[in-house]
Design a protein around this ligand. Structure first.
Ligand code: CA
Length: 229
């Protein structure tokens, strides 16, 4: 089995160096980001098995980054690491989607124990969702339909994951612009962009199969429907 991967988001080089060395020696595949922007890039490339997140980052509050990741469907365990020892921050951290919380300074053995516990807990939980003969793994970002693996682009996957999470409900282009494309300004309508991506997604996920899962709802948007069996 491949070693479990951890993304460590931390801008303090001294803390980062020590922790990365320790985790690598403990057999983890560790990647490092020093900013929110760097973390987003890493998460887009490959989703790790666990994320350790420092809250005080140079470009974004770690809690905002976490809330954004959770809103986007990221379900891996997240261990929050921070110098803030206020109870408020702890509560906010757990409310934002953190699974555990460790206050700096900490002993490496403590961090390792928390990581092992989080990974143990998450390994038994399946991130796989089924809609008819479509199976989508939100953590590994795998899509299989009728036993065939379907290769999607990043955006196509995000679009499909969003439809799956909101299955049997109408999804408007405004919702997709806001939640998948993260565009909040109405000054830049992207309806055409959304329709093009949706068309590519259907070519891969629906067209080769007998049952169409993604319906067009005229004047509204789209809906992914669980087929009645
Ligand atoms: Ca920091």
């Amino acid at each position: 089995m491949a070693s479990e991967s951890i993304l460590f988001v931390e801008d303090d080089a001294r803390v980062a160096d020590a922790v990365i060395k320790g985790l690598a020696e403990s057999g983890y595949d560790v990647r490092h980001a020093t900013s929110g922007r760097g973390a987003r890039t890493q998460l887009d490339q490959r989703c790790p098995d666990l994320m350790i997140l420092d809250l005080g980052l140079p470009d974004i509050d770690g809690l905002d980054l976490l809330a954004e990741c959770r809103a986007g469907g990221m379900s891996i365990p997240v261990l929050i690491l921070t110098a803030r020892d206020q109870l408020d921050d702890k509560v906010r951290g757990l409310e934002s989607g953190g699974d555990d919380y460790l206050v700096k300074p900490f002993a490496f053995a403590e961090l390792l124990a928390r990581i092992r516990s989080l990974l143990r807990r998450s390994s038994g939980v399946s991130a796989e969702t089924r809609v008819g003969d479509l199976r989508i793994d939100l953590v590994k970002r795998d899509v299989v339909r009728d036993g065939q693996e379907i290769v999607l682009t990043q955006r196509e996957f995000d679009l499909l994951a969003y439809l799956v999470r909101n299955r049997n409900e109408n999804v408007t282009r405004d919702m997709l612009a806001r939640d998948v494309w993260k565009i909040t300004s109405r000054a830049t309508p992207i309806d055409n962009v959304i329709d093009v991506h949706m068309s590519h997604l259907r070519e891969k996920v629906d067209k080769p199969f007998s049952v169409r899962l993604i319906k067009t709802i005229r004047g509204i948007g789209y809906r992914l429907e669980e087929p009645s069996s």
